[in-house]
Design a protein around this ligand. Structure first.
Ligand code: NDP
Length: 530
């Protein structure tokens, strides 16, 4: 608590935080020596905003055994008891939203609104949603059975928590895409170990403080601050891994989990296409293209990463988008309304963005707006519009994950769909048209976990609907009933109250009973009845 107060005060005072440390879960390494520290930097200013312990794989083993010991007590609190804690956390989050936003902004360099809309705006309802729906989604189910072998018996399926869930998260949404997955896992009765990105660990620690204040028993939620080796080790000690991050690391996670046959859910990258048809509302489509590509500095897995526009409206669309992108204000976030586009959170990502733009230009693309990594101290890439692009360019085929918008002219809708599907990714897609019936037909042809008409990305707030990637964009999904059932093991019970003391199919076998069984099987299944 004291650590976070100090952190927050320092953020408020906007000073260098070299001396500021957040409350550390394990201040000392397992060998008793002071743990190595990870320095957390504000990408918008280059200033240090905190330090957290760099845990070792040995530390992970220790916290995993504490989580395992704490889990049964949490499960025993039942849905009602757990919901009370989660609803208190919801209230806490809203009451302390400025403090949470400031923490997120300080470690990501995103704008106040990016944190408010897509982080608090997601997590606050998520607490209520999972607290309310966990008992319904995980209720025992009576299974109706046709087989005469089970005549007179009751078959019940129940969902039991897995035990300890490991959540490994990326740096672009420390609350939504990292901590957000802990909420259903906790609601289902699991203990959770959160491994945040080493770039943005402060928000996960603040959530630990919040949950403790809201009555979560000790060790039910723990934060494993560290590097990739901590994430890798975590996989060996948990019963389920919820991973959000790059495709490359996701594959490594799946390989490691295969060693212990630990189930995984992978939410990976995207190269999400937007198709603008000739009958689209151009003003609406241009506003959407601008916001969904530049929001959060383009560092959103389901952002608009590439646009295909039908030839007759291409020039007008480009004009509208270029004007809008050209007017965006970029800089150090200083509270509500101060800037539109924030910093590039992760250093190497800025190099990827720049390399995609340079590659495109070298192959004949034209920069309509932006196109440059600004000089320090903060790390900002100019909001950029690229024209005359094609699929030989990395900006059209690889995830850029930055404030860039490549726009490609296409002759017709069929070609747009072909190009949209010409990708190893399949996370999100959208089609823009006034003819929504045709729009739905086109959306259904797009190879993505979500394909919308005149909307993009907003489905993330639809907690009732599953969200996950096709192709290399992921495995499994979040949200919807499966978004919590995946954190449980299914258990089936056949319950027999009374009945025969010896079933017909039991020993001793006899000619008579075999004949009876044969007749019964023919009668029941021999007529091709459905
Ligand atoms: P990374 O894959 O680099 O890292 C994700 C997490 O995995 C980090 O916590 C990282 O730790 C950890 N990690 C690194 N190596 C290992 C390992 N061997 N075993 C286990 N864990 C490991 O992703 P980024 O942080 O760069 O995030 C950006 C990516 O996330 C983008 O591709 C984006 O599209 C994707 N993403 C997908 C979303 C979705 O819902 N589909 C949502 C948000 C982002 P450390 O940081 O310490 O290296």
């Amino acid at each position: 608590m004291a650590g976070h107060d100090k952190l927050h005060r320092a953020i408020e005072e906007n000073r260098t935080l070299a001396e500021t440390t957040v409350k550390s879960p394990i201040p000392f390494a397992a060998n008793g020596e002071a743990a190595e520290q990870i320095e957390v930097e504000n990408p918008a200013t280059g200033k240090l905003v905190g330090t957290v312990p760099r845990m070792s794989p040995t530390d992970v083993r220790e916290i995993a055994s504490r989580a395992r010991a704490a889990q049964p007590g949490w499960e025993a609190m039942g849905y009602e008891g757990r919901a009370q804690v989660l609803l208190r956390a919801q209230k806490w989050l809203l009451t302390n939203s400025r403090r949470v936003i400031d923490t997120i902004v300080s470690e990501t360099g995103k704008t106040h609104e990016d944190a408010q809309i897509a982080e608090i705006g997601y997590a606050a309802p998520a607490f209520g949603f999972w607290a309310r729906n966990a008992p319904r989604f995980l209720a025992d189910e009576r299974v109706s059975i046709r087989s005469p072998m089970l005549k007179g018996k009751r078959v019940v399926m129940r969902h039991r928590p897995l035990g300890v869930v490991g959540v490994i998260g990326p740096w672009n949404y420390p609350l939504t895409n990292s901590f957000g997955d802990c909420i259903p896992a906790l609601a289902a009765g699991n203990a959770v170990i959160m491994k945040p990105s080493e770039i943005t660990p402060l928000t996960s620690l603040l959530m630990g403080e919040m949950l403790a204040e809201c009555g979560l028993p000790a060790d039910v939620y723990q934060v494993a601050t560290g590097l990739g080796d901590v994430g890798a080790e975590l996989i060996d000690h948990v019963d389920f891994v919820m991973f959000t991050g790059s495709i490359e690391t996701g594959k490594r996670v799946a390989e490691r989990a295969a060693r212990t046959l630990t189930p995984v859910s992978l939410e990976l990258g995207g190269k999400d296409p937007m198709i603008v048809l000739r009958d689209a509302d151009l003003e609406k489509a241009a506003n959407a293209a601008t916001w969904y590509s530049m929001q959060n500095g383009g560092q959103t897995c389901i952002s608009v990463e590439r646009v295909y526009v039908e030839e007759p409206i291409y020039d007008e669309f480009v004009k509208l988008v270029s004007e809008k992108v050209g007017k965006l204000r970029q800089g150090v976030p200083a509270g509500p309304g101060s800037v539109d586009v924030g910093a590039v959170t992760f250093g190497p990502q800025a190099e990827i963005v720049d390399s995609h733009v340079k590659d495109a230009v070298a192959k004949g693309a034209r920069v309509a707006v932006g196109g440059r990594l600004k000089d320090g101290p903060g790390r900002f890439y100019e909001p950029t519009v690229l024209l005359d692009v094609d699929h030989t360019m990395r900006c059209m085929t690889e995830e850029t994950f930055g404030p860039t918008l490549p726009i490609m002219k296409v002759p017709d809708a069929d070609e747009a769909v072909r190009l949209a599907n010409d990708s190893d990714y399949g996370l999100q897609a959208s089609v823009w048209t006034r003819d929504v019936i045709r729009g739905e037909e086109i959306a259904a042809r797009m190879e993505a976990g979500v394909a919308s008409v005149n909307e993009h990305q907003i489905n993330y707030f639809a907690l009732e609907a599953p969200m996950g990637g096709w192709k290399q964009s992921g495995l499994g999904s979040r949200h919807g009933p499966d978004g919590i059932r995946k954190y449980t093991r299914r258990q089936v019970s056949v319950i027999s109250r009374i009945g025969l003391r010896r079933e017909l199919f039991m020993f001793p076998y006899s000619k008579c009973s075999s004949k009876l069984l044969g007749t019964a099987l023919k009668l029941l299944h021999g007529r091709g009845k459905r």
